[in-house]
Design a binder for this molecule. Structure first.
Ligand code: 4H7
Length: 244
């Protein structure tokens, strides 16, 4: 069982997303546990304020440290000490490698900021990792947290069934996926490649592997540097480079 705790002002954003599809099934089967903790439930003033004006002036509001700290403590009481990820545009870039590393943790806490972010002292006090899902701006950290939870969940044993995990394995080699086709055999005058209808599974596997290499070369040549290529792959890639 892997636990994901999310400190947020919008718990519905977490539940609404992860309750569907593969993650939804994993939650129902109790392979993963996702718990959104509403920071607003830990305010001490009667108006349930969670933010205030920034010291020094300037635009927007800042999330106050006390409700976040008390919400964090309520999780720590149950989960014990665990990593606390602050979703922020200033964080270390999230990728599949970081997901693999995080999949080794028993429990992870996510802190989702809104407005202009959280008071710096809460970062110093409870945050272990500052993480970004990419160089763009979101309204809040929730979409970043669900992105990481989805990616890490797929690496937890039992979350993917046999067919679903085969998909993962075949692309852990760092290449892009080959093109997919389904019925009908002709659509808007465009046909499915003959080889996929041939029934020759060895030829199909070879064609798909080559398509993965072509696509990676055309769309993400940067990935080829780290990709795991066999001698046959390398010969095919050298031919491809000569052609263009
Ligand atoms: C922390 C500090 C993550 C969190 C500031 C979060 C992008 C990412 C946020 C902010 C995030 C990412 C508040 C800065 C809203 C921008 C308009 C929440 N954005 N925000 N401002 N790339 N936003 O992972």
């Amino acid at each position: 069982m892997k636990n994901f705790y999310v400190l947020t002002l919008f718990p519905e954003m977490i539940e609404a997303t992860l309750s569907h599809s593969i993650t939804g099934r994993a939650i129902r089967e109790k392979i993963i546990n996702v718990e959104a903790v509403n920071i607003r439930d830990f305010t001490e003033d009667k108006h349930r304020h969670v933010d205030d004006y920034p010291y020094g002036g300037g635009a927007g509001m800042v999330m106050q440290p006390q409700p976040i700290y008390d919400a964090y403590k309520s999780i720590e009481e149950r989960a014990g000490k665990c990593r606390v990820l602050y979703m922020s545009p200033q964080g270390k870039r999230f990728d599949q490698k970081m997901a693999e590393e995080l999949s080794g943790e028993d429990s992870i806490i996510f802190l989702c900021g809104h407005y202009e972010g959280v008071d710096e002292r809460i970062i110093e006090e409870i945050v272990t990792d500052e993480v970004s899902i990419g160089d763009f701006v979101l309204t809040g950290g929730e979409l970043a947290a669900v992105t990481i939870i989805d990616t890490v969940s797929r690496l937890v044993p039992g979350v993917l069934n046999k067919e679903e995990s085969y998909e993962n394995e075949s692309f852990s080699d760092g290449l892009l996926e080959y093109p997919q086709y389904t019925r009908p055999p002709e659509f808007m005058g465009r046909t499915v490649p003959d080889i996929l209808l041939s029934g020759h599974h060895a030829n199909i596997d070879k064609w798909r592997r080559e398509q993965s290499i072509v696509r990676t070369y055309n769309k993400r040549p940067d990935l080829l540097v780290k990709a795991e290529l066999t001698d046959k792959d390398k010969i095919f890639l050298d031919r491809l480079k000569e052609e263009r």
